[in-house]
Design a protein around this ligand. Structure first.
Ligand SMILES: Cc1cc2nc3c(=O)[nH]c(=O)nc-3n(C[C@H](O)[C@H](O)[C@H](O)COP(=O)(O)O)c2cc1C
Length: 177
């Protein structure tokens, strides 16, 4: 069974995108697609890193665990909101911490917004960043506009999960093709 790591990138109080991370985690397991785990940047409580992990003196333990989790995963999903048309600082801080861990890694980008566009800017920006770092970003995105209408902090919150499951299936399987 493939190992999937889902990075939940919002550290905001009352965040909504964490529900998207938990839903994708649940679907990956429920659909038998992967052994999935979530790395929660809010829980990790990273400082603003002053150097990449490979060169950092006295790295926090959570940073080393993060590096190992990305290295050991067969694929990574980054669930990130869009803040002011760009990648939030918490997302970029975690990405920039690593170097060789990203090489050749299939990466899926799940972008989340409370507005109607599903954070497409972030999807494009993260795809470009991942290509630059030598990862393999999937051309299949998982876009969540109006997140407050479908998810809460615990995950998907709708009567009919079928359309969500269909999109999640395409998104996750694109990483293991
Ligand atoms: C600093 C900041 C900037 C934001 N900018 C945008 C934006 O440009 N477009 C948008 O649709 N939503 C924007 N939002 C709202 C987020 O999309 C919303 O909080 C959503 O729930 C996803 O982020 P979260 O996981 O942190 O909750 C912004 C939120 C914050 C805190």
């Amino acid at each position: 069974m493939k190992r999937l790591l889902i990075i939940s990138a919002s550290v905001r109080e009352q965040r909504r995108s964490h529900g998207v991370a938990l839903y994708l985690h649940d679907y990956a397991q429920r659909g038998g697609l992967a052994v999935s785990s979530v790395f929660d940047l809010k829980e990790a409580n990273f400082p603003l890193f002053t150097e990449r992990l490979a060169y950092l003196q006295d790295a926090p333990e959570a940073a080393i665990i993060f590096s190992q989790a990305v290295s050991q995963a067969d694929a990574v999903i980054i669930v990130s909101p869009e803040y002011n048309l760009g990648v939030p600082a918490s997302t970029k801080n975690a990405i920039d911490l690593l170097t060789s861990e990203w090489l050749g890694k299939p990466v899926g980008i799940a972008s989340v917004s409370s507005g109607g566009f599903g954070a497409r800017n972030v999807w494009g920006e993260l795809s470009k960043i991942m290509l630059h770092m030598g990862a393999r970003p999937s051309s299949t995105g998982y876009f969540t506009p109006n997140v407050q209408n479908s998810y809460n902090e615990l995950g998907l919150n709708v009567a009919d999960s079928k359309p969500f499951d269909e999109r999640a299936h395409k998104f996750i399987t694109s990483l293991f093709g």
